[in-house]
Design a protein around this ligand. Structure first.
Ligand SMILES: C[S@@+](CC[C@H](N)C(=O)[O-])C[C@H]1O[C@@H](n2cnc3c(N)ncnc32)[C@H](O)[C@@H]1O
Length: 415
């Protein structure tokens, strides 16, 4: 059979490039727009044929050699074969396309804020445990698969996380632990603490947790092993973070994201601001430290508990309303707040949450999103409800991967 030759022309969200051949659409992994590649079919995804490039016939000038030995097999990174400046350009095109499909125009002056050094940026990593030849190893799921690829290095994680993995594996092997499932590690960005949580199969761990932690700590003398909470500092603020609450995985870019969002919000000392999907209150406290009073809405009770503690630690005027945004907002009266900042998970806002935002008609909304398609969907709904998109930015929180973070400022009415 003749080899499949594809000529991708545009980036797709997900890291692949889109090619059209004889009227058929292909999503081609590990290819770049403008290239000619030989490819192998790899099934279908969302009704579209998928292929993987196996040989590059005509390379893009933006192609680089992927530095990771697992690139192409590991499901973690999709874009290591593109120069970093090109990754940023591809992400802009993906957002532009998502916005125009929704009927919006991404402001042409919207910046794409990348990293000076786009490696070793993750302070949190989740690793699957796998028995490999009778010994425990840690790794990631393979691309579009549930099987686990054991790894020894991962250049997008903080080096301390990479260095800790063999210690967790060695201690598990020495103690002949069973039923391990996955390991979550979070490294303190400005301290020596390493927060850990091991998930296991079955109901209760069949192994002595404290003894295990002691052995891992012995093997990691440079790090301070923490199993309850760790500290996250930024600007002159301090937060407690736990394994069961959300934290921005890219600490260096979190500072860029928050600065961008807070500048857009422009909250003054007399403003009352809603922080929706507030997590442990990092944004709430940062907004309150500029003088505004903040009401945070969050559904995860563990995050609410920690958020209240974080407000006290920083003497910040932040009140928490626990529950889902879509239900709690119903209790808010017109005129109580001037602005809101919202940072929902990938699924975006429930239609009821959008309806509540439109009902309240706040002057300014800053919408932070980690998924361009739901961002665009919710933004157009807000535009139809009387808002206008005034500014936007893309902040690269996830270099080497397809994930995209974008921020938009909406204001009510006006020309
Ligand atoms: C992307 S995180 C943002 C956290 C925070 N803004 C930050 O920067 O750390 C989303 C948060 O929304 C919460 N969440 C998810 N769905 C929710 C809902 N329907 N109502 C309220 N909170 C929700 C999650 O528990 C999580 O803490």
């Amino acid at each position: 059979m003749a080899p499949l030759i594809l000529r991708p022309t545009a980036p797709a969200h997900g890291g692949a490039a889109v090619a059209r051949e004889d009227g058929k659409v292909w999503l081609v992994n590990y290819a770049l727009p403008g290239e000619v590649v030989e490819a192998e079919p790899r099934g279908r995804q969302g009704g579209v044929a998928v292929a993987a490039a196996t040989r590059v016939i005509e390379a893009s000038p933006h192609r680089v050699a992927a530095p990771c030995p697992y690139f192409g097999e590991c499901g973690g990174c999709q874009l290591q074969h593109a120069s970093y400046s090109h990754q940023l350009e591809l992400k802009r095109q993906v957002v532009d396309e998502a916005w125009s499909r929704a009927g919006l125009r991404l402001p042409p002056e919207a910046p794409v804020l990348g990293m000076t050094d786009p490696w070793r940026y993750r302070i949190r990593g989740e690793f699957e445990a796998i028995l490999h030849g009778g010994t425990w190893r840690f790794g990631f799921h393979r691309l579009r698969s549930h099987s686990v690829l054991p790894i020894e290095t991962c250049a997008i994680h903080d080096l301390r996380i990479e260095q800790a993995l063999p210690a967790f594996a060695q201690a598990a092997n020495e103690m002949r632990l069973e039923d391990l499932q996955n390991l979550l590690l979070t490294a303190e960005p400005n301290g020596q603490g390493l927060l850990w949580r091991m998930r296991h199969r079955g109901r209760a761990p069949s192994w002595p947790r404290d003894e295990y932690a002691r052995r891992v700590a012995e093997l990691l003398p440079e790090q301070v092993l923490l199993d309850d909470a760790m500290t996250l500092n930024f600007w002159d603020l301090s937060f407690r973070v736990r394994s069961d609450t959300f934290v921005q995985t890219n600490y260096r870019q979190m500072l860029v994201l928050y600065r961008t969002a807070l500048d857009m919000l422009g909250a003054g000392p007399t403003d009352r601001v809603l922080d929706l999907y507030a997590g442990i209150g990092t944004i709430s406290v940062a907004v309150a430290s500029d003088g505004a009073s903040v009401t945070a809405i969050e559904e995860n009770p563990r995050a609410v508990q920690l958020g209240r503690l974080n407000a006290r630690i920083n003497s910040a005027r932040v009140d928490y309303l626990p529950g889902t945004v879509e239900t709690v907002m119903r209790r808010i009266r017109l005129g109580q707040y001037q602005a809101a900042i919202l940072d929902p998970p990938r699924a975006g806002c429930e239609p009821a949450a959008i309806a509540e935002l439109i009902r309240l008609g706040l002057d300014r909304l800053v919408y932070v999103s980690c998924e361009p398609s739901t961002h665009a969907r919710d933004l157009i709904a807000l535009v139809r409800g009387g808002y206008r998109v005034r500014r936007a930015a893309i902040v690269d929180m996830f270099p080497q991967t397809y994930h995209i973070e974008s921020v938009a400022l909406l204001e009510r009415g006006g020309a």
